[in-house]
Design a protein around this ligand. Structure first.
Ligand code: DGY
Length: 328
């Protein structure tokens, strides 16, 4: 008999057909909005779940006692209670690697947009202000040759370092718990304490996963260390920043600007005070959101799910403890 899976994300026809060939599929769309009741109804008897951006708490897990695997279409797994999945012997998989380059591109897009005021000046033209030449009031700041500080030097941090070093001739500083000599050799990057990195960098990009250690990593005291000319970019998770502190620093122009792809509350409410700022560029959590990369992520998630349901160890297993529990 085919195993039963619940999808809480629509996949391409090709991937859907692949799943249907091996499993019995129930598709529940928009569970975070109005689809929660449909998700609850689909969970009893489900062996696998596949989707993204859903907080899977005890209440939902209790409804799925047969669950073997949760296949997340994301690299970040901060919305799962991993200890609880371990306890239940439920495997959790994610989709690293395939989104690394695209997410680093997003970091650079925000960095360049802030430095060269792309969004603001687009609005300035549309509002009919381009009547003569431009002057210092429209000038931005250079990116090439400056110093980029990368907080977190995982795969995405490294992809940013490569772009900064090879493409923009930037000096790269990075902060991690342990120095990474191979990254230093490849990109001329130099390890710094968080405080020193913030003080020395012209651009600071946050690339750490969200955890108890990184929540509110950058608040008022850290922002106060940054140069008044510096630009902050966040492509990790909203809660890594103390958002009210960033709002205040931008309002008071204690830093030059910020580019944020992620927020404490997503979707960002239309009345968020952040949206009043002219020195902030926002994007709706698009780090990995290209056609090619989202399809590659979905394919990776399908591979992980089917491997787990076939009793094989999936390539991107987040919680080996659950695998050992199942094996034992
Ligand atoms: C990820 O893969 O974690 C991206 O941030 C999308 O959630």
């Amino acid at each position: 008999m085919k195993k039963r899976i619940v999808l809480y994300k629509r996949l391409s026809d090709q991937l859907m057909q692949r799943l249907q060939a091996h499993t019995e599929v129930t598709l529940v769309e928009a569970p975070a909005a109005d689809g929660l009741a449909r998700l609850r109804a689909a969970l009893p008897g489900a062996h696998g779940l596949l989707g993204a951006s859903l907080r899977l708490g005890d209440e939902l897990l209790d409804l799925a006692p047969e669950l073997e695997v949760v296949s997340s279409v994301s690299v970040g797994v901060d919305n799962y209670d991993i200890a609880e999945l371990d306890r239940r012997g439920v495997l959790l998989t994610n989709t690293p690697d395939v989104l690394t380059e695209t997410t680093a591109d997003t970091g650079f897009a925000l960095l360049l947009a802030c430095a060269r005021r792309v969004v603001e000046l687009d609005g300035w033209i549309r509002d009919g202000h381009w009547r003569a030449g431009i002057g210092p009031a429209q000038f931005g700041c250079d990116v090439h040759g400056k110093t980029l500080g990368i907080v977190g030097m995982g795969r995405i941090g490294e992809a940013l370092a490569r772009r900064a070093n090879a493409g923009f001739g930037m000096q790269v500083l990075y902060h991690t718990r342990q120095p990474r000599p191979e990254v230093e050799a490849r990109y001329g990057a130099r390890h710094r304490s968080l405080q020193a990195l913030l003080a020395e960098s012209d651009f600071v990009c946050l690339c750490v996963p969200l955890s108890a250690q990184t929540e509110n990593l950058i608040g008022a005291p850290e922002l106060a260390l940054m140069k008044p000319s510096a630009i902050l970019v966040n492509i990790s998770r909203g809660r890594v920043l103390d958002e009210p502190a960033v709002l205040q620093a931008l309002r008071e122009r204690r830093i030059r600007g910020a580019g944020l792809d992620v927020f404490v509350q997503e979707p960002l409410p239309a009345n968020s005070p952040l949206l009043q700022l002219d020195n902030l560029v926002v994007t709706p959590h698009i780090g990995s959101a290209t056609e090619e990369t989202r399809e590659a992520m979905a394919r990776c998630a399908v591979d992980n799910l089917l491997a787990a349901l076939a009793g094989e160890r999936p390539a991107n297993l987040v919680n080996p403890q659950a695998w050992e529990r199942r094996a034992g």
